[in-house]
Design a protein around this ligand. Structure first.
Ligand SMILES: Cc1cc2nc3c(=O)[nH]c(=O)nc-3n(C[C@H](O)[C@H](O)[C@H](O)COP(=O)(O)O)c2cc1C
Length: 216
């Protein structure tokens, strides 16, 4: 049976770092599992809020149904709970996923135990190099994956970090207040060297994800 996969772009930018990494990951999935049913969602297109702590999902009478809030994320959350795989790509904002994506993940993770296994992949894109992110990112990233494992139980969670992305539009650094033309030029040069292999890493990670899914 073909696998159902939800692919979430957690950036408001529809064609930049996170979206492109997500698309390479999807390319990798398709290379291994051409019949996979992949739903790609730009979460900024949806109108929703984060968890309200209403505890509706914790009621014995509602066990297993997930988040009870009704808004622009409700149907997506239902499909996420029913999926075989979920991949999200997000810009790192102050060392966390984007607030928009986090709102969705709170409502996906907190309702708890799933009735089947879900394979999850998290792609983090960020401006800072590894030497900084290896110290800063794990604090929140491990808290998120730890909570996901603790609440949902039936998941496998992998991560892909993509460093030294470009925060401003390529070739237009002169119209921005920072980082200034020199820093921008250095950053663009680094990014130009790294970006093709980052996209390739994304594709490979997608292939591995699809292989793991095929075994379930
Ligand atoms: C509000 C904001 C906060 C950011 N915080 C961080 C950060 O904490 N660490 C980091 O490395 N990059 C940070 N960045 C840079 C973005 O994570 C990076 O440019 C990302 O790849 C943008 O993804 P996108 O092109 O998909 O929107 C921040 C950017 C913005 C706009």
């Amino acid at each position: 049976m073909s696998k159902k996969i939800i692919a979430l772009n957690g950036s408001a930018n529809k064609h930049r770092n996170s979206a492109s990494m997500l698309d390479s990951f999807i390319e990798g999935i398709r290379a291994v599992s051409p019949d996979a049913e992949i739903e790609r969602v730009d979460v900024f297109d949806l109108d929703y809020k984060g968890c309200r702590g209403c505890m509706g999902c914790g009621l014995k009478s509602r066990k297993g149904i997930g988040c009870v809030q009704r808004d622009g994320a409700s149907e997506l959350l239902e499909r996420m709970r029913a999926a075989d795989g979920i991949v999200f790509a997000t810009p790192v904002y102050f060392w966390e996923p984007s607030a928009q994506l986090k709102c969705l993940l709170e409502r996906f993770i907190y309702p708890g135990e799933l009735d089947h296994h879900i394979e999850i992949a998290a792609i983090y894109t960020m401006y800072q190099p590894e030497i900084v992110s290896e110290v800063k990112l794990p604090l929140h990233a491990q808290a998120l994956s730890g909570n996901a494992k603790g609440f949902l139980k039936n998941i496998n969670w992998t991560e892909l970090a993509v460093n030294q992305t470009q925060t401003w539009e390529s070739g237009k650094s002169d119209i921005y207040i920072s980082p200034g033309p020199e820093a921008a030029a250095i950053s663009e040069e680094i990014r130009a060297k790294r970006w093709p292999s980052d996209l390739e890493r994304g594709k490979k990670a997608g292939e591995e994800f699809a292989k793991r899914l095929a075994k379930i």
